[in-house]
Design a protein around this ligand. Sequence first.
Ligand code: CA
Ligand code: CA
Length: 183
Amino acid sequence: MGRLNGWRYDFKRYADCRLSDLANGRVVADAIRIEEVDPSIQVIDNGDPGFALAGSGVWNNFTNGGFQNDINWTEPGQGDTASWTFTVAPGDYQVSATWFNHPTLATDAPFEVFDGATSKGVFNLNQQAAPSQFSEAGANWDDLTASVNISSGTLTVQLSDLANGRVAADAIRIAAASPDTGR
Ligand SMILES: [Ca+2]
Ligand SMILES: [Ca+2]
């Protein structure tokens, strides 16, 4: 519900967009598109609050690609980790990742999803291939899982470098799992 110049708008039912000709030239009225944004969607990029790097090895910065033009990457084998921590309402969540694919990266980059301290499984992604399941926010994404139940209020994704190549930490997206769309 919003309030504008004394008028009350229920944005869930009604949207109004007006174009005036009080302009310095002709104006053109064509189509308007509106889209409801799912309030459960959260994205944490590398470097954002909620993102953390750990381990004894080196995490490198690359700023010529990836979501918002930055990724962190590391050589494999030291047990280094990157983590993305989301505060969520209890429920079922779709968890997706984007990254900047490269032939030096692992084909089995292990992303582990946690409900609080409880592991909900390890999902291996091939980071030599580009993510391709869906596009949003100017990036392509692949699911780690279409649906994972989170009851603790904290959803954490942890990427380890115990893999067969370098691993890249970029952005993680979560959204309430929607069985209707199959996502
Ligand atoms: Ca990024
Ligand atoms: Ca490393």
